[in-house]
Structures are given as structure tokens and as C-alpha cells.
Design a protein around this ligand. Structure first.
Ligand SMILES: Cc1cc2nc3c(=O)[nH]c(=O)nc-3n(C[C@H](O)[C@H](O)[C@H](O)COP(=O)(O)O)c2cc1C
Length: 368
């Protein structure tokens, strides 16, 4: 797949997830087969780029892939400044977030609330495209609410403005994460534009990735929540696509334990021990989901404070982590929706207290 003049070996993208898809996680997913690994959303307000949160979000770890920086905001001038700055920092692609349903973001008419205002979408996309020399992509939802699924109109505006690809999460802004993602609108969008379209929403198995690609005719697939605790989903999909049952690559043989230990090492070296351990706990809980004995493991892992103890515990429990148990973790969109809605409520409360602006999903990073 090609986005502008940037070529990708396979059409698998890790979704930007604030508080989750940080540089160590992107590096891990890239190693396990993801080919596009955008950053978590970065506020378009460059005055905030010196804050610890944004500095970490912008800090890169070379994962051998073109660097994709996602920006979020509501003002075309701020977004174009941010895009130019991101290009200077080495972005090979700039992604504009118009998919985020955050209340804070939406009150300021950013994220998915921009979909309500197509002329503004045009101004933003034209201006951002004009401010950089690299390809600009757009991430949207199917529309504002089920009665106003204007994804096709937005994608056409994007294409006419010079946007090089569009990713569509198969829910409206109003749906947030509830219900199941629908792929009909993604299929219509794919039909309506010539630029590459990536399908996103509720893809949680290789078979579903194949089915969604077949149904929507999309050029690529983006996976978010299903990669938490199961980053090897990308290698599983690659394997299915290659129809390669005899895959004996060392990657395939890597044990879950080795993948987790490697992830933890990446977190410690990226954030330092204290934050690395805190973020490690959150990922370990995801890795432990659906594994026998998960409760015992979780009870113990939340108590440890040092990298040494966290690694030891993970090694001790190593044999209990299996890919099969993670694969069994196919839960309905409705169930996941509930979980993420709760996460969102917690985050909204935190934001109210802290008065922060373009920060919606970041809750989970503090919740580690
Ligand atoms: C915790 C969390 C954080 C997210 N952060 C972002 C973000 O920073 N930028 C963005 O465009 N979408 C963000 N999303 C939306 C995802 O990129 C994706 O569109 C959504 O989760 C649906 O895909 P999935 O069903 O594969 O998870 C986030 C989602 C979650 C659950």
C-alpha cells in the first residue's frame, strides 16, 4: 500500500491510542508485523509541546517504519503550524485526528465534532496539506450521529483537499464505543474516493480482519484495542494473509513471555524505572486477561514497585501466559464499549479536575 509516495509492505496499522500506543508499544507492534504505527494524538497547540506528556508522545524510537505523527485540534492555523513542526521533527506522514469523541475536544470543536462542520474540515485539510511537503492523512468516524453519517462527504472533501489517505472508524461520534462497528459506510467511502482507505473498528481476529477487508474493499486495516495484551495479532493476520501455515520464523516462535519481557524492558528504558513499572502494570493486566490464574498474577503485580520485581514476577508466571488464551479473548464490541465508556468517564472527571484541554483517552496512562 502507498500513501502519497510512502510505501508500506503490508496494510496493517496499529491504531493511535493515547496512553497505550507509545513508542515502546509501537516498536513492539512493528516488530510483530504492524506496518503503520501513528503516534498517540498530539495537541495542535505547540505551546504545550514542552509538557512532559507531549514530550513523551513526540519522543520517537526508531522502529524501522516511516514516522507518522497524529495531531488533534480545531484551528486550521494551529493545526498547520503543528504539522510543519511535526515534519521538522521527522514525520514522514502527518495524520489529522477527526475521530476522537472526547467531550473536551468536542466542546472546542476538535476531534470527531469537526465532522459537523464540513466547510471547516475543508479549511483545515487544505491548510495542513499546504503547510507540509509530506503526505497528510485523516482519521474520521462515519459521521456525527447515526442520523448524520456524512463520512462519504467528508472523505470527498479530504480527497479534493489533497489528503493522501483516510482511516474510518465504523462508528459515529455519538456512538462513542458502544454497539458494534458498522462497515457499510466504510465500504461506501471506499467506493467514493480513489485515495487509500483504512477500515477500523472492532477488528479482533485475523478472520475478522480478512472479512472486513473483503467486505469494505478497504486498502488497509487498523487495529486498536485488540492489540492490547495481544500485539502479536499483527503477525497472526500476516500469517493468515500469507496463507502460510508452515510459518517457522523466529518471530512466530517467540514465546509470549519473551514478548512481554521485551515490552517491559522497552518501557523501563523509555520512561525510567518508576513510570515504566507503573505503565508496565497496565499492560501486564491486559496480557493476563483470560489467562488461567490471572487474578493471582494481577493481585501480585499491582503491588510490586521495582523493575526487578516486575520482571521476576513475569518470569515466574511466564509459563502461564499463552497465545491461545489471548486469542480466546474475543469479546463483543458491546462489552468493550462498556469498558471504554467507563474509561472515558474516569478521564472526563480527571480532566475536569485538572482543566486539561486536548486530552481525552490519556486516562489510561495515568490509570496504570
Ligand atoms: C484508550 C484509547 C485511546 C485512543 N486514542 C486515540 C488517539 O489518540 N487518536 C485517535 O485518532 N484515536 C484514538 N482512539 C481510537 C482508536 O484509534 C480506534 O479508532 C478505536 O479504538 C476503534 O478501533 P478498535 O475497535 O480496533 O479499538 C483511542 C481509543 C482508545 C480505546
Amino acid at each position: 500500500m502507498k500513501i502519497g509516495d510512502v510505501e508500506f509492505e503490508n496494510p496493517l496499522a496499529l491504531a493511535p491510542m493515547a496512553g497505550i500506543s507509545d513508542a515502546p508499544f509501537r516498536q513492539l507492534c512493528a516488530r510483530l508485523g504492524a506496518n503503520m504505527t501513528p503516534t498517540e494524538m498530539i495537541t495542535a497547540d505547540v505551546m504545550l509541546w514542552g509538557s512532559d506528556k507531549t514530550r513523551y508522545r513526540l519522543r520517537n524510537r526508531d522502529n524501522g517504519l516511516p514516522r507518522i505523527i497524529q495531531i488533534a485540534g480545531y484551528d486550521s492555523e494551529m493545526l498547520s503550524d503543528a504539522a510543519a513542526r511535526a515534519e521538522q521533527l521527522g514525520a514522514a506522514i502527518i495524520d489529522i485526528n477527526m475521530g476522537c469523541p472526547a467531550k473536551k475536544v468536542c466542546r472546542r470543536l476538535a476531534g470527531s465534532s469537526l465532522l459537523k462542520d464540513p466547510p471547516l474540515v475543508r479549511r483545515i485539510t487544505e491548510r495542513v496539506v499546504a503547510s507540509v511537503t509530506v503526505p497528510v492523512t485523516l482519521k474520521i468516524r462515519t459521521g456525527w450521529c447515526p442520523e448524520s453519517r456524512n463520512g462519504v462527504q467528508i472523505a470527498r472533501i479530504a480527497e479534493a483537499s489533497g489528503i493522501a489517505a483516510v482511516t474510518v472508524h465504523g462508528r459515529t461520534r455519538e456512538c462513542r464505543f458502544s454497539g458494534d462497528a458498522e462497515y457499510e459506510t466504510i465500504r461506501e467511502i471506499k467506493n467514493a474516493v480513489d485515495i487509500p482507505v483504512l477500515a477500523n473498528g472492532d477488528v479482533d481476529s485475523p478472520e475478522k480482519a480478512r472479512d472486513v477487508l473483503n467486505y469494505t474493499c478497504a486498502d488497509g486495516i487498523m487495529i486498536g484495542r485488540a492489540a492490547r495484551g495481544r500485539p502479536w495479532i499483527f503477525s497472526e493476520i500476516k500469517k493468515l494473509f500469507a496463507k502460510d501455515d508452515q510459518n517457522t520464523s523466529s518471530l512466530h516462535l517467540l514465546s509470549v513471555r519473551d514478548i512481554i519481557l521485551n515490552h517491559l524492558d522497552g518501557l523501563y528504558s523509555f520512561y525510567g524505572e518508576s513510570t515504566g513499572v507503573r505503565i508496565g502494570r497496565k499492560h501486564l493486566s491486559w496480557y493476563a486477561q483470560n489467562q488461567d490464574g490471572a487474578d493471582v498474577f494481577r493481585d501480585r503485580v499491582v503491588r510490586v514497585e521495582t523493575a526487578r520485581e516486575q520482571l521476576e514476577l513475569t518470569r515466574d508466571f511466564g509459563s502461564f501466559f499463552s497465545r491461545e488464551a489471548s486469542t480466546a479473548r474475543v469479546r463483543s464490541g458491546r462489552e468493550r464499549g462498556g469498558e471504554d465508556d467507563q474509561q472515558k468517564k474516569n478521564q472526563d472527571q480527571k480532566e475536569k479536575k485538572s482543566g486539561s484541554s486536548v486530552s481525552r483517552y490519556g486516562g489510561s496512562e495515568q490509570a496504570a
